[in-house]
Ligand binder design. Structure first.
Ligand code: UD1
Length: 429
């Protein structure tokens, strides 16, 4: 299994191109199931999760082609995918595919909306908390589907199709909002989604659905209204930039010191995280090219942060912030309210010398003068990259094991960082 070797201590300077957002790409690809015409997605990141979802969609009958490089295309440009679900031949998403990535469960909405039935394995994915799917199922029931659970599979059926309804989530859920939105787009009549997630990726998917002919109002607010249509059609959509990748590199620069332009990044997608970085002592500049981030000489100030649904501080940057705060001049506090058990990185950061204590959902991080390189193990996607950030600032060598988690969510991470002066390489085998 590949590992990543880092020799810490270098400042970062230069430019990092930000890829298309993984968390928008996955539901956008799934949205291709809603139409028998071709959906073209541009700026698709090269990630293991994208490849996996291609296999899952192909199993339902979706033809997927990848556009080749064109003259003048910049190195590492996003990919263009053409997805065509002209005929759905199989409405089962089997365990051996769904268990590898949680978001693949989301095929359930479009399948039942278009075909009147779906049989989808209960999901697996990152080992963070219990992560149930009850909200997804409640949303489908509210749109008239019947749900049964048999041998680890959810069977959803709606003879005669879904019909519009009122969906109210008790808790904000990104995935369940995607399910509700995509299903309601093809349901008969009007639907209202209350306490909807407001994440930018929801807005991106809604924008794409609108291009496909859906009638949606209020995406990006807590109440989304959808007027169902009989069919959706072809569209061409460019995936928005990845705010989690942006925030991750911003924290890496704050950690090592230096000056980096995050090309193509958009500040409005992660204002809460940029505010926290500024409070910690980094400088943030919004420019036409992207977000420039720098820290020169100043000590890192401790912060108090609570993870929240958008526009609050994202849980997907919690581990990275914790790595950063392990070097702050004082004690920081991070409260994780989205996922229980999302503190698996704590013991690995401790191996590098971080001083972190946990009390339920609250972590206290006592900043230390220096971290020291050590072998560490990646446990999930965001935790693994927090170890990379810590390693970039640690003295000596850090070897991050089990990096397949990184490949699920970060495109060409070693290359992007080493171009800015980091000593980081992938060790095969
Ligand atoms: C998405 C993101 C993930 C991010 C998370 C929260 C993608 C591909 N993944 O995951 O990176 O960390 O949002 O911003 O976009 N819940 C239930 N029942 C449900 C669904 C969720 O109780 O049916 C709970 C979860 O356990 C969690 C909370 O709701 O406590 C939020 O989870 P949710 O927003 O659904 O996360 P995902 O959509 O899976």
């Amino acid at each position: 299994m590949d590992r990543i070797r880092i020799r810490g201590g270098n400042r970062l300077s230069g430019a990092i191109p930000i890829s298309g957002a993984k968390n928008a790409t996955l539901p956008l690809m799934i949205a291709s199931l809603l139409t028998d015409e071709t959906l073209v997605l541009q700026n698709v990141p090269r990630l293991a999760d994208v490849v996996l979802l291609q296999h899952i969609l192909a199993n339902h009958g979706v033809d997927i082609t990848l556009a080749g490089k064109r003259p003048g295309d910049p190195e590492g440009n996003g990919q263009t995918l053409r997805l065509s679900a002209r005929r759905i031949v199989d409405t089962t998403a089997p365990y051996h595919l769904v268990s590898k990535m949680r978001a693949s469960f989301w095929v359930i909405g479009p399948l039942v909306a278009r075909m009147g039935e779906a049989r989808v394995s209960m999901p697996g994915g990152c080992a963070i908390g219990t992560r149930p799917v009850d909200f997804h199922l409640d949303a489908l029931r509210a749109l008239g589907a019947t749900i049964d659970i048999e041998e680890g599979y959810v069977l959803a059926s709606a003879n005669g199709g879904l019909r519009g309804g009122r969906i109210r989530f008790d808790k904000v859920s990104v995935g369940a909002t995607h399910t509700a939105l995509m299903s309601a787009a093809l349901a008969r009549g009007e639907s209202e989604i209350e306490n909807a997630a407001r994440e930018p990726e929801i807005v991106d998917v809604a924008d794409c659905l609108k291009k496909m002919g859906a009638i949606i109002e209020g995406a990006g607010t807590s109440t989304i209204r959808v007027q169902g249509v009989e069919r959706l059609n072809a569209a061409n959509h460019t995936v928005l930039p990845d705010r989690i990748e942006t925030g991750t590199y911003a924290m890496a620069v704050a950690m090592t010191g230096g000056d980096v332009m995050l090309q193509g990044a958009r500040a409005d997608l992660l204002q809460s995280a940029l505010d926290v970085l500024q409070e910690a002592g980094a400088e943030v500049f919004e420019t036409n090219e992207g977000i420039r981030i720098s820290r020169n000489g100043t000590k890192l100030a401790p912060v108090r942060v609570t993870t929240e649904p958008f526009p609050g501080f994202p849980t997907d940057l919690q581990a990275q912030l914790m790595a950063l705060m392990s070097r702050a001049d004082g004690t920081s506090q991070i409260t994780e309210t989205i996922f229980e058990n999302r503190f698996m990185h704590v013991q690995e950061l401790a191996r590098l010398g971080a001083r972190i204590s946990l009390d339920g959902e609250v972590a206290k991080i006592e900043g230390v003068e220096r971290l020291k390189g050590a072998p560490v193990m990646a446990t999930d996607l965001r935790a693994s990259v927090s170890l990379v950030i810590a390693g970039l600032a640690a003295e000596g060598e850090t070897m991050v094991h089990r990096v397949y988690h990184l490949d699920r969510g970060f495109e060409r991470l070693e290359e992007k960082l080493s171009r800015c002066g980091a000593e980081i390489e992938r060790v095969a085998g």
